[in-house]
Design a protein around this ligand. Sequence first.
Ligand code: MN
Length: 156
Amino acid sequence: MKFKSKYVFLVVAAFIMACAKDQKTVDTASALFLKGDKNTNDNFVGEVWVKSLVEADSLNETAVGNVTFAPGARSKWHSHPAGQIILATEGVGYYQEKGKAKVILKKGDVVKCPPNLPHWHGASAETKFVQVAITSRQNGPTVWLENVTDSVYLSK
Ligand code: MN
């Protein structure tokens, strides 16, 4: 009897652990790339995670990073001296170029942002957004500008 209850406990414990592991597998399996570390600089507002996938070097001056925005999170206005390519991989995001209307981005959308054109990108207000950012450092680093105000962020 003592042996049997120990056995039942072990089976139940193994089942609970298997369920917990399953949950973790499902969460990470839906993401294309690792989430990376929480951003700590003030170039973004809200919760943002960044995982560097490719570091720029002297032979290939292109940096590739996976960026995850929590709902409401976004970059400041900024520009890239050699432009940028954004690949939307998950969720719903916003992208806006100076002087143009905000564009809604969904999984599979691709944006080619022209060099030196101020723009911002981030999650929609209700849904998180994950993007791969491909940025050439050929003409210099990203130029960071002012915050995106709530009225601009929420504009249609
Ligand atoms: Mn950008």
